[in-house]
Design a protein around this ligand. Structure first.
Ligand code: MG
Length: 388
């Protein structure tokens, strides 16, 4: 079997966007002079790659982050490396793409591009062998997948309460809210961030996991003080308090708190996660399979996590992460972005693909009979311009 063609499709959302009261701290929100510190972190386009073989199999992969740049990397640098190769040699092809791009790659958009292609290659492997990808990775390690609800974006306390109660009633036993107030609002803003957590805890009671997302918005001093204020609320974790490169500061933070720290949504490859593990920086790894290096790299990081007593709870819902969660004992649950309106961009995959798993009572199931990743492209998706 040989790879005959690699195609890229940039899906640009042209439909309505609901931003409303969805405000959260970001890496730029601690800088002065910011009028819209969320703008750089809402994305309304998505990249789909298709890899086609001479036997007519088509594998699909996808990438978020900065899809227009990722498209150019696939088209000009990576696709030529794959043409004529056997798509089943996933280990070799990952290494070929990684080593060929190391001078300008290693992280970010280049790794997102490699990830999308790796996912497409595993999709082909599953389709050709008649098995879902999770069966090729190690099979079932759980009956079904526990999820946590990832949509508490609002900072209005009454709406926050209403939403949290609603998700609990839908059967979710975990939910994540965002720090609505940036570092520049100082002590008063910190109080309001803590108040949001308090309100959700009081609403859902002690039997629901609550997670708090900081999205790289703070510095060490703020993070340390915030963790202290959060101690009474029994959080499952606090996510990405600092920039991904501040590994040494995550390790230092852990000396001051018993609250589990999570991160890795913006870290890449087995090398990045090895550094985090060695530093003892995090309790939970949250790579996204479509950024970290695809299934080929995700599988290795799961093993690394398991050896080091670190949980893997990938960023984003989506099938590529669910196959990893299903097949690894390192991973107790998955994130769940529900299918509602377009708010920050994470939700867009629901509008591009058919076959994404839908939660029932807070849990997801994967089909043993559906080969590959299990996704197809919606034939005529509404509200998109597609650039090939
Ligand atoms: Mg996150």
């Amino acid at each position: 079997m040989k790879i005959r063609a690699v195609r890229t499709k940039l899906y640009k959302w042209t439909g309505p966007v609901t931003t409303g009261d969805t405000i959260f701290a970001t890496p730029v929100s601690l800088l002065p002079f910011q009028r819209d510190s969320q703008a750089a972190y809402r994305f309304f386009s998505w990249l789909v790659v298709e890899v086609e073989t001479d036997e007519g199999h088509i594998g699909i992969g996808n990438a978020g982050l900065c899809p227009d740049v990722t498209k150019a990397i696939v088209d000009s640098k990576l696709a030529p490396l794959l043409i004529g190769e056997n798509p089943l040699n996933t280990e070799y092809l990952y290494e070929k793409m990684y080593r060929s791009s190391v001078a300008f790659g290693r992280k970010g958009a280049v790794l997102a591009a490699i990830s999308a292609l790796d996912i497409a290659l595993w999709d082909i492997k599953g389709i050709a062998l008649g098995q879902p990808v999770f069966m090729l990775l190690g099979g079932r390690t759980k009956e079904q997948i526990e999820t946590y609800y990832s949509r508490l974006y609002t900072r209005q306390l009454d709406r926050l309460q209403e939403e949290a109660a609603h998700y609990k009633n839908e059967g979710f036993t975990g939910m994540k809210l965002r720090c609505g107030y940036p570092l520049t609002e100082g002590r008063a803003g910190m109080k309001k961030n803590v108040e949001m957590v308090k309100v959700v805890r009081e609403t859902v009671g002690d039997d629901v996991d609550i997670m708090l997302e900081a999205y790289m918005g703070f510095n060490f001093a703020y993070a340390r003080a915030l963790l202290k204020e959060l101690e009474p609320y029994n959080l499952r974790w606090v996510e990405e308090l600092l920039l991904p490169d501040e590994i040494h500061l995550f390790s230092k933070l852990k000396q001051y708190t018993d609250i589990p720290l999570s991160g890795g949504e913006h870290e890449y490859t087995r090398f990045g996660f090895h550094d985090l593990a060695v530093a003892g920086a995090l309790d939970i790894f949250q790579f996204d399979t479509n950024r970290v290096g695809g299934f080929t790299e995700a599988q290795k990081i799961c093993t690394l996590a398991q050896v080091n007593g670190i949980e893997v709870i990938p960023h984003g819902g989506q099938m590529h992460n669910l196959h990893v969660v299903m097949s690894s004992f390192a991973s107790p649950m998955a994130e769940y972005f529900p299918q509602t309106g377009i708010e920050v961009g994470n939700e867009m995959f629901w509008y591009i693909f058919d076959g994404e798993a839908v939660a029932q009572n807070g849990k997801l199931q994967l089909d043993d009979q559906r080969p590959g990743v299990g996704l197809t492209l919606k034939p005529n998706p509404e509200h998109f311009t597609i650039i090939e």
